[in-house]
Design a protein around this ligand. Structure first.
Ligand code: HXC
Length: 514
């Protein structure tokens, strides 16, 4: 064959593979409001930057009529490209080819690009749209998943791993995302479940729709499996790109620095927190009054809203924020908020991102429900994560810092590098009301006017402990600052901590209360 004919042959072969599962399957995909796998990849990456590999891979299954089936690319696209000019590895399952189900060769393509990402130290983006283990391939598909899960774990904390759920992800298809750092879901399109409605109906006799079982809202509001929720695929891709501006490409680097910008004038820190300590406010406004350009990129916005986590910049450097949200459940710690914060703290620690903690909370949520859901085990995760973290750790106590919450929210005792408190801070074992009722019970009960005595004792306790000065007198708080000084103090703390070194005892790894 002449070179020209060879090239024509190559083009013809490529064209065939690029048809994916064929016109009918593509039309079904489009009718569901979904982009095709290749459209997704090219929409996320910089224009013309996608380089595809393993285009000509074929499956090797020979049972259940598979020998007659031609599955283009074996239902997955892999390759490299750039985002904002920086290299990334990417894979996208193609639902038009056998429902994006995972057979041996499909899995090999994914593990190839995962190995590449880890070796090259670049982020891995996985677009998941799959019916799970390819049933006809039996144990080979299970083996494929196992190899993926192993690599997810190996890469965890080394390179960022982002999972995008853009279809019905069933069975094994959801566990790889669950092992990655960030999961993105899209309204009406994303579905995640271990066993689908059919199985539930057969085994339990219950009818439930895919949406109710594991739709985008379910995972961003109830289960906490998803970190980002979007209205459309394109919104989701914008979120991915924005996230990548805040995080480093691997754990040996810091996130890229941006030109510093002051916060927007409309966020006035001194006007956000009400004088009355029982009044709620939106802690996100405090964050916006501190960070560059008031640009706060929130993570898990709709799950465990009593704690707020996300990224912002201080003088151009990425910082992770963990903040109690007085607007929800008074900002208490509970099972879900502890899980949410603990995981984020570990992310920041793994990827060299300083952590700023803003504290205003009355402690752990009391109640049988929480106790029986394991608040001891879940609550311990946040203690573990803060204690373990060696990146710069700075805390600002805004109002309440009561009981276990005071300790947990990156206190000096968890080895915070800098501890600041506003003059409105109240640092005590518990709130003055509860404390007075317990320690002055006898005096209150035996008083002529118990209510007046109770009020007096509450005031006495408040005077003595519900302020930052007792803690400041012991050096647990480094200094009491005016709200307007917060950004300045944080900028300086981050600057001073630039070469922080914090050595810990040698060990293989700890045993966190998972
Ligand atoms: C082989 C599959 C498949 C699978 C879908 N297909 N899932 N082929 N193995 N797991 C094929 C279908 O046969 C069909 O092929 C095409 O993909 C499109 O599927 P439809 O059912 O027509 O699409 P839709 O109606 O949109 O429903 C999507 C779905 C459903 C909800 C995902 O296909 C489904 O329930 N699939 C099975 C899901 C499941 O139980 N997976 C778990 C596997 S066990 P044709 O040729 O007709 O177009 C597992 C265990 C791993 O994953 C555990 C690891 C820890």
């Amino acid at each position: 064959m002449s070179l020209k004919r060879n090239i024509l042959d190559l083009r013809k072969r490529k064209e065939k593979v690029l048809q994916g599962g064929g016109e009918k399957a593509i039309q079904k995909q489009v009718a569901m409001g979904k982009l095709t796998a290749r459209e997704r990849v090219t929409s996320i990456l910089d224009e013309d930057s996608f380089h595809e590999y393993d285009l000509f891979v074929e499956h090797e299954a020979r049972d259940f009529g598979m020998e007659k089936k031609e599955l283009h690319g074996d239902g997955v696209i892999i390759g490299t490209g750039t985002i904002y000019g920086e290299p990334v590895c990417i894979f996208a399952q193609d639902f038009t080819v056998a429902g994006g189900s995972l057979g041996l060769m499909h899995a090999r393509k994914i593990t190839k690009i995962m190995d590449h990402a880890l070796k090259m130290r670049v982020p891995l983006i996985g677009i998941n749209d799959s019916g799970g283990a390819r049933i006809q391939e039996g144990v080979n598909s299970l083996a494929g998943y196992g190899e993926i899960f192993f690599r997810n774990t190996l890469a965890s904390g080394v390179i960022p791993q982002l999972s995008v759920i853009l279809g019905p992800c069933a069975g094994g298809a959801v566990y790889s995302p669950a092992l990655t750092d960030f999961v993105f879901v899209v309204e009406n399109i994303s579905k995640m479940f271990i066993t689908g409605p059919e199985v539930i109906k057969t085994v339990l006799g219950e009818e439930i729709s895919m949406e109710e079982l594991g739709g985008a809202k379910v995972h961003s509001e109830i289960t906490g499996n998803a970190h980002f929720y979007a209205q459309s695929e394109n919104d989701c891709f914008e979120q991915i790109k924005k996230l990548l501006t805040f995080i480093p490409w691997h754990n040996g680097k810091k996130a890229k620095a941006f030109p510093p910008k002051p916060p927007k004038a409309e966020y006035k820190i001194e006007d956000i927190v009400p004088a009355d300590p029982t009044q709620p406010y939106d802690i996100r406004n405090v964050i916006k009054s501190i960070v560059d350009d008031s640009d706060f990129f929130e993570i898990m916005e709709n799950f465990a809203k009593n704690i707020v986590i996300g990224f912002g910049r201080l003088n151009g450097e990425t910082v992770g924020f963990v903040a109690n949200q007085p607007m929800y459940l008074a900002g208490v710690l509970d099972c879900d908020s502890s899980d949410k914060a603990a995981r984020f703290i570990r992310y920041c620690d793994a990827f060299n991102i300083p952590i700023v903690t803003l504290e205003d909370m009355p402690g752990y949520l009391p109640g049988v429900d929480q106790e029986h859901m394991g608040v001891i085990r879940h609550g311990a995760k946040i203690l573990y994560a803060y204690s373990e973290a060696t990146v710069p750790k700075i805390t600002v106590i805004i109002r309440k810092a009561y009981g276990g919450g005071y300790i947990a929210m990156n206190s000096r005792h968890m080895k915070a590098d800098f501890m600041f408190a506003w003059p409105t801070a109240e640092i005590a074992v518990m709130g003055p009301e509860g404390a007075a009722n317990i320690i002055f019970r006898k005096e209150i009960m035996s008083a002529e006017d118990p209510e007046a005595m109770r009020k007096e004792k509450v005031e006495e306790y408040r005077e003595k402990f519900a302020n930052p000065y007792v803690a400041a007198a012991k050096g647990y708080i480094d200094t009491v600052i005016e709200p307007e000084e917060t950004r300045k103090m944080l900028l300086h703390s981050i600057e001073v901590s630039n070469n922080k070194e914090d050595r810990r005892p040698n060990k293989k790894h700890g045993i966190p209360p998972f």
